[in-house]
Structures are given as structure tokens and as C-alpha cells.
Design a binder for this molecule. Structure first.
Ligand SMILES: [Fe+2]
Length: 291
């Protein structure tokens, strides 16, 4: 079976449509991997996907899954599929869990019921974004790193490490990891400082990409504006220039029921348009890739 990818309109991503009634699980894995490597965003349409199928499909390309801090898991998925339930507003561009050392390689979404209006998943190619920034700002981001602060209760860090993970496990996981400083409170809550560059190397091709969680974390970390690792403020001007670059390369998934989307989390940021339809149903999985 040969895959016939089409360019998504005005986008770097590609679309695979079902043509002969084949199952998503029958698609030739090597061809799918090759598309994922090159395009970074691949949409599968017409395959009648849902949370169960997404788990089986993502399993073919993954060796490990992260759970999400905010989302309820889907029964029977081993905690590997979550329902996207948080809020209905606009979601700022971010890479998934890029504010922590738990950042997964890939993000998977499937939609069984799109919103009547709005609710599109948005995405931005970090390679294009980096190219759109001025040389002056690139220098700033090359010289200074982002600094994220977070508090995880025990139940929250167990989402990453497993439900029976202990304090010894979290220490083993975090000790010696680049950019990580942490403190474990008496109630076993984890206070984590994570320092990482805003510009990262993509998993495939090792190209520089502006792929981070600056925009989603800028105002909500400790209630203050974020600083760089040297303590200097990330100013409105800097954020405004990033916003302008983002606006120049926004792409959108206009959901149809049964769609499934793969996103390379080392290269692409994602977000969401707001919506009001309470019947919208989208599921997500976060995984580490086996290729
Ligand atoms: Fe997200």
C-alpha cells in the first residue's frame, strides 16, 4: 500500500486520507514514520479514529506515554489517552510539557465531535518561527535561557512516573538532569525550577526551532512575568515580537469527526481557538517515539 500525502492548505503539514477502506493500523509504518519525520504534522482523515484507535495507532510508534496533569484519562487506555476538558477559551501556543524535563516527543489528538463553531487546534512550525525572528532577538534567545517554576503535588508527579512512584523514584529521575533544580517538601510536593533554551534542535534533522512554552507560561509562573535564567525580565517588547512572528505562521486543524493528528513536539507548538459548544470531544496522548 502506498501512502498518497497531500499538503494541508497553506501548511507544512500533510494529510493522509483513507481511500480503500483500510484501517489506520494497516498503514505501512515505515512510510508513516518517514512522513512524520519530514512534515512534523500529519493528519489522518476518514479512518473513523477515536480514543481506542488512537491508543493502538500511537502504540505502533511509541515506547512510553506521559499522562497529562490536567486531563481525565479514558477508561481502558492504561492512562495513555486523556480527554481534553480544560476550559473553552483560546489556548496560547506552547510545546507540550516543555516547561519541564518531562517533555514528550509527540502529541496525538483525535476528535470524535468538533465544535459547531471554532475550537480548531492551532499549530506553528518552530523552524519557520525561528526564521521569522530578528537577528537581535535570536541572539538574546541564544544567550539566555528560559526559566520555569512549578509546583507538582505528589499525585501530579506520579502522573509522569507511575501511580506507585516514590520520592526515591522522583529523585532518581531528576538528579543530574540538565537545567533541573528542585526541592521536595515535607508533604512530598515537588518544587521544580527548569531552565531550558527557547531554541531547540528538532528530533529529526537537528534543525534549530523556536519550540517552547514561553507564551503559555509567560504570565502564570508564580503570578509574575517570567525571567531569563540570568534574572532579567522577558519584556513586553520581546513577547510582542514573538507574537508577531507567531501570527505570521499560524496553521489550523479544522476538525472533522474521526480525524487523528500527529504532532512532532520537538518542532511544533500547538494551541486552540476558543469555542462555546459543550459537546466538542477531543482526546490527546503524549508519547516518546520509537523511531
Ligand atoms: Fe497542549
Amino acid at each position: 500500500m502506498n501512502l498518497v500525502p497531500q499538503r494541508l492548505d497553506g501548511s507544512g503539514g500533510v494529510l493522509i486520507s483513507r481511500c480503500n477502506g483500510e484501517s489506520l493500523l494497516d498503514l505501512p509504518t515505515e512510510s508513516v514514520k518517514s512522513l512524520m519525520r519530514s512534515a512534523g504534522v500529519v493528519m489522518f482523515r476518514g479512518f473513523d479514529a477515536g480514543p481506542e484507535m488512537m491508543k493502538q495507532f500511537a502504540d505502533q510508534y511509541s515506547y512510553k506515554f506521559n499522562r497529562d496533569r490536567l486531563r481525565p484519562t479514558v477508561e481502558g487506555s492504561g492512562g495513555h489517552v486523556q480527554m481534553v476538558t480544560e476550559g473553552m477559551g483560546y489556548v496560547d501556543p506552547h510545546c507540550e510539557q516543555a516547561n519541564s524535563p518531562f517533555r514528550p516527543d509527540a502529541l496525538w489528538f483525535t476528535c470524535t465531535k468538533p465544535a459547531a463553531e471554532g475550537g480548531e487546534t492551532l499549530y506553528w512550525d518552530g523552524i519557520r518561527l525561528w526564521a521569522a525572528l530578528s537577528d537581535e532577538l535570536k541572539d538574546v534567545f541564544r544567550q539566555k535561557k528560559l526559566r520555569f517554576f512549578q509546583r507538582y503535588s505528589k499525585e501530579k508527579w506520579q502522573l509522569f512516573l507511575g501511580y506507585d512512584a516514590t520520592v526515591a523514584d522522583i529523585k532518581k529521575e531528576l538528579d543530574g538532569v540538565e537545567g533541573v533544580s528542585y526541592f521536595l517538601n515535607a508533604d512530598e510536593a515537588l518544587y521544580l525550577e527548569y531552565v531550558s533554551s527557547a531554541v531547540v534542535q528538532t528530533r529529526y534533522g537537528h534543525v534549530e526551532a523556536f519550540a517552547n512554552s514561553l507564551m503559555s507560561e509567560w504570565k502564570n509562573t508564580l503570578g509574575d512575568l517570567m525571567t531569563f535564567d540570568d534574572g532579567s525580565l522577558i519584556t513586553e517588547d520581546i513577547v510582542q515580537e514573538v507574537k508577531t512572528a507567531l501570527d505570521s505562521c499560524t496553521e489550523a486543524v479544522d476538525w472533522q469527526p474521526g480525524d487523528l493528528v500527529f504532532i512532532d513536539n520537538s518542532r511544533f507548538l500547538h494551541g486552540r481557538n476558543g469555542f462555546t459548544d459543550t459537546t466538542r470531544k477531543i482526546y490527546s496522548s503524549l508519547s516518546f517515539l520509537n523511531f
